[in-house]
Write a protein that binds this ligand. Structure first.
Ligand SMILES: Nc1nc2c(ncn2[C@@H]2O[C@H](COP(=O)(O)OP(=O)(O)OP(=O)(O)O)[C@@H](O)[C@H]2O)c(=O)[nH]1
Ligand SMILES: [Mg+2]
Length: 415
C-alpha cells in the first residue's frame, strides 16, 4: 500500500515552550496513522486568524510546498473549526485534516471491543457532524485515506439528518453496554473490594506496570495486558484481582492513556471507561520520567482527571522508566515513587505503598458470628483478611482485619 504523504503545519502561539515537542508528537500520531511526513511548516503568532487559522502568506507557502513535494494532505496541529477546514481546502486544493482526526483515526484502528468501537464511532460522528460539508466535498473526490478509515467512514457520505440518527442510535447502543459495566462495578462496590486505577500519558508504561505488579505479587501469573511501544496501545479497560503476600486484595484497572489536546468528543464518548478512574479508591499516575516532556504530560493528565471529575481520590505519582536515566533520583516527595516496570525495580515497594494507602483505615478486631449468620463469615473470608478462625458452641470466633465499611456494617458482632 502506498503511504499518504503529508505536510505538518503548526502555529506557535505566544512562544509556547511545549511547541517543538507537540510537533514531534504530531509526527508520531501521523506515523501511527500510516502517513509519511514529508515537510513541516510553522508560524509564530499570538492567535489563529479567523479565515485560515494561519496567516494568508503562510497559506501561499503551504500551497507551494504541497505542489513542490507532491503532498496528499496537510495536517494541522490543532482542532480546526468547520470554516477553517472549508477555507483551507478551497485555498490549498488539497485534503486538510487536524490533530483531532489523527487521534480519532488511531482510536478507530485500535478499538477491539464492541464498546470501544461504538465509543470511537460516536466521537467521530460528533466531530464530523458540523464538518460534514467540507468532508463531503473531499470525499467525493477520493474515498480513502487517513481520517476516513475506521468505523466512521460510511457516515461521511450521508447527510446531516442521517448522521444525527446514527448518533442517537450509537448513544442508545452504548447505554446498554454502559449499564452492564455499571452493574459489574456496583457489585464490586457492594463487596467493597478496593479498586486501584492506572492512569497516565499514553506510552508511559501503564500496561507494563500492570504486568509487573502481577509478576511481583502473589497473584496467579498469566500476563494479559497489551503493552506495546505505540500510541494508545490500550483502549479497553482491563481489571485484575491482585493478591498481596499478606492476603490483602485489591482490583487493578488498566485503561486508556491520555494525550495533549485529547479531543473532547473522545472524552465524552469514553466517559463510561473513564468512570473506572473516577470511582477508584486510589489512582496510580504513571509518568515516563525518561521523556524530556514529562512535566507537561503530568499537567495534561491532571487536566483530564479534573475534567472527568476526579477530585478527592488519593494519587500516587509513579515515575517509571528509571532504567533509562543515568542516575535514579531518590524519592523526595510524598506520594511518589521511582520505578522501572520493565525490570520490576522498586515495584515491591510500590505494592507496599498501595497496601498502606488502601488498608490504613483497617482495624484488627475479634468477632463472634452466630452460626445462622454464617454468610457473614463467608463474605469476610472472601474480602477481608481473616487471621484466626475457631468454631465455638455459640458461633464462629474470628480475628479479622476490617476496613471502615465492614467495621460499620458488622460492629454488633465485634467482641
Ligand atoms: N525502558 C523502559 N521501557 C518501558 C518501561 N515501562 C514500559 N516501557 C516501554 O514503554 C512502551 C509503552 O508501554 P505500555 O505499557 O504499552 O504503555 P501504556 O502506558 O500502557 O500505553 P498506552 O496503552 O498506549 O496508553 C513499551 O515499549 C514498553 O516496553 C520501563 O520501565 N523502562
Ligand atoms: Mg496500555
Amino acid at each position: 500500500m502506498q503511504l499518504e504523504q503529508a505536510i505538518l503545519v503548526g502555529l506557535n502561539i505566544n512562544d509556547d515552550p511545549n511547541f517543538d515537542n507537540s510537533m514531534i508528537e504530531l509526527a508520531n500520531l501521523a506515523e501511527a496513522c500510516e502517513v509519511n511526513v514529508i515537510g513541516t511548516i510553522t508560524q509564530n503568532k499570538e492567535a489563529p486568524t479567523p479565515n485560515y487559522y494561519v496567516g494568508e502568506g503562510k497559506v501561499q507557502e503551504i500551497k507551494e510546498a504541497a505542489v513542490a513535494l507532491d503532498a496528499d494532505l496537510v495536517i494541522f496541529n490543532d482542532e480546526l473549526s468547520p470554516s477553517h477546514i472549508r477555507n483551507l481546502e478551497t485555498a490549498l486544493e488539497i485534503k486538510v485534516i487536524d490533530r483531532t482526526v489523527l487521534i480519532l483515526d488511531i482510536f478507530a484502528r485500535r478499538a477491539k471491543t464492541k464498546e470501544a468501537m461504538l465509543q470511537v464511532e460516536l466521537a467521530q460522528a460528533e466531530y464530523f457532524m458540523p464538518r460534514i460539508v467540507g468532508a463531503y466535498k473531499y470525499l467525493s473526490r477520493q474515498k480513502s485515506g487517513t481520517g476516513s478509515k475506521g468505523p466512521g467512514e460510511q457516515q461521511l457520505e450521508l447527510d446531516r439528518r442521517i448522521l444525527r440518527d446514527k448518533i442517537t442510535k450509537l448513544k442508545h447502543d452504548l447505554k446498554d453496554l454502559v449499564q452492564i459495566r455499571r452493574t459489574q462495578r456496583d457489585k464490586r462496590k457492594k463487596n467493597e473490594v478496593f479498586t486501584v486505577a492506572l492512569t497516565g500519558y499514553t506510552n508511559s508504561g501503564k500496561s507494563t506496570l500492570m504486568n509487573s505488579i502481577i509478576d511481583v505479587s502473589s497473584t496467579h501469573k498469566d500476563k494479559y495486558a497489551f503493552e506495546k511501544n505505540m500510541l494508545f496501545a490500550t483502549l479497553e479497560t482491563k481489571t485484575r484481582r491482585i493478591h498481596l503476600d499478606n492476603n490483602h486484595i485489591f482490583l487493578l484497572t488498566d485503561t486508556v492513556g491520555f494525550i495533549d489536546r485529547l479531543p473532547h468528543h473522545l472524552i465524552e464518548a469514553f466517559k463510561s471507561t473513564l468512570e473506572e478512574i473516577s470511582e477508584a479508591s486510589l489512582i496510580l499516575h504513571v509518568i515516563d520520567i525518561s521523556n524530556p516532556n514529562h512535566e507537561n504530560q503530568i499537567h495534561v493528565v491532571e487536566d483530564v482527571l479534573r475534567d472527568i471529575g476526579v477530585s478527592d481520590i488519593p494519587i500516587v505519582h509513579v515515575y517509571n522508566k528509571t532504567d533509562l536515566l543515568k542516575d535514579i533520583p531518590l524519592n523526595s516527595r510524598d506520594h511518589s515513587i521511582f520505578i522501572s516496570a520493565i525490570n520490576n525495580y522498586n515495584v515491591p515497594r510500590l505494592l507496599d505503598l498501595i497496601d498502606f494507602e488502601l488498608y490504613k483505615t483497617i482495624t484488627k478486631v475479634e468477632m463472634l458470628i452466630p452460626f445462622d449468620k454464617a454468610e457473614i463469615y463467608s463474605e469476610l473470608k472472601e474480602n477481608s483478611n481473616v487471621l484466626e478462625t475457631e468454631y465455638l458452641d455459640n458461633g464462629i470466633r474470628i480475628v479479622v482485619e476490617l476496613n471502615n465499611y465492614h467495621f460499620n456494617k458488622y460492629h454488633s458482632f465485634i467482641k
